[in-house]
Structures are given as C-alpha cells and as structure tokens.
Design a protein around this ligand. Structure first.
Ligand SMILES: [Zn+2]
Length: 182
C-alpha cells in the first residue's frame, strides 16, 4: 500500500509510523517530488523524526513509512535535525569511504558499503525554502543512503551478488523467527 500526503491528517494522529521492510513494493519505487508544503507535510516530518528516534536510526526516508515522496530526515546526534525535500547531490568527492551500514527497513542486517566521502546537496526545507549543505563523515553517508531510498535503491543493492543474497537470507531467517514468536 502506498500512502499519499492527502491521507496524512488522519493517518498521523498516531505519531509513530509503521516502518516498511524488505519485500514491500514502496521500497523499490522511484518516489515523486513533493509539491505541496503544508501542515500535512510538517506533521509527516515530525512523525518521521519520532519514528526514527524510537527505532534508534540516524536517517529515515518517506518510502520507509509508505509515503512515495522525495523527502528524508537525518539526525546523526550532533544536535541538528535535518529535513531534505526534493534533494539533489550537486557535487561528490572522488575519495570514497567503506563502512558498515544498516537500514531500519532491513533490521538485523549490516554490511560494508563504499560511498563518497563528501557530498554537496541542494534541497528544500519543510517550508519549501532552498538550502545547500556540504556533508562529510556519517552525515554524508546517511544522505547518500537516504537519497538511494528515494530512487528505490537499498544499501544491499550496492553489494555484490553473493553478499546481497546472504543479506536477504539473513533478513528472511530473522523475519521467519519473529513471525513464529509472534
Ligand atoms: Zn535505509
């Protein structure tokens, strides 16, 4: 099921959102640009921050909560809460960094992923005003990971085939166990 922003006011009376996991179609779709900057969008963003904090994540993209629109939130615990709407990477460092990554939509699975060390991003804030930010470290990694979500790409899609298959198997094993317990 894909939610539209029109459904937001009713849906977000609950501030905790369901996180969609591997296998849900919305995670493989290319999300659509946000066109309306209204109170429903602000509510969605607040609910995404709450959901992300509760799940102990550093980033959360709208498709992960079933909304196929181009926005994500990031909080790498440096005291700043970032909202990126309709983001574009306008510059990427040649230097790359390999580090372990996980995803709230693939719980329990972690793999080393190589990404650009630094990126410059242009985006809109929740009021629709443009900004540009240069990011490095975990912030740069989180931006690239979340932007992938807006294009229907998961971090395991960036692994080689064997590693990708192992990650899917690990997720399925874990999921089966959880279902049996439930
Ligand atoms: Zn993710």
């Amino acid at each position: 099921m894909t939610l539209t922003l029109a459904a937001v006011p009713r849906y977000y009376e609950r501030t905790m959102l369901d996180i969609y996991t591997l296998g849900e179609e919305v995670l493989t779709e290319k999300a659509k640009p946000v066109k309306t900057f209204d109170s429903a969008l602000a509510l969605l963003v607040d609910a995404m921050f709450e959901t992300m904090a509760e799940a102990d994540g550093v980033g959360l993209a709208a498709p992960q909560v079933g909304v196929s629109e181009r926005l994500f939130v990031i909080d790498v615990r440096d005291g700043k809460r970032w909202v990126f709407i309709n983001p574009e990477i306008i510059a990427t460092s040649e230097e790359c960094v390999t580090a372990e990554e996980g995803c709230l939509s693939i719980p329990g699975v972690f793999s080393e992923v190589t990404r650009a060390a630094r990126v410059t991003v242009q985006a809109l804030n929740v009021k629709g005003r443009p900004f540009t930010v240069e990011a490095e470290g975990l912030f740069a990694r989180a931006i690239q990971h979340e932007l992938d979500h807006l294009n229907g790409v998961l971090f395991i899609d960036r692994l080689d085939k064997d590693e990708h298959d192992r990650a899917v198997q690990a997720f399925n094993r874990r999921n089966r166990k959880r279902r049996t317990r439930a």
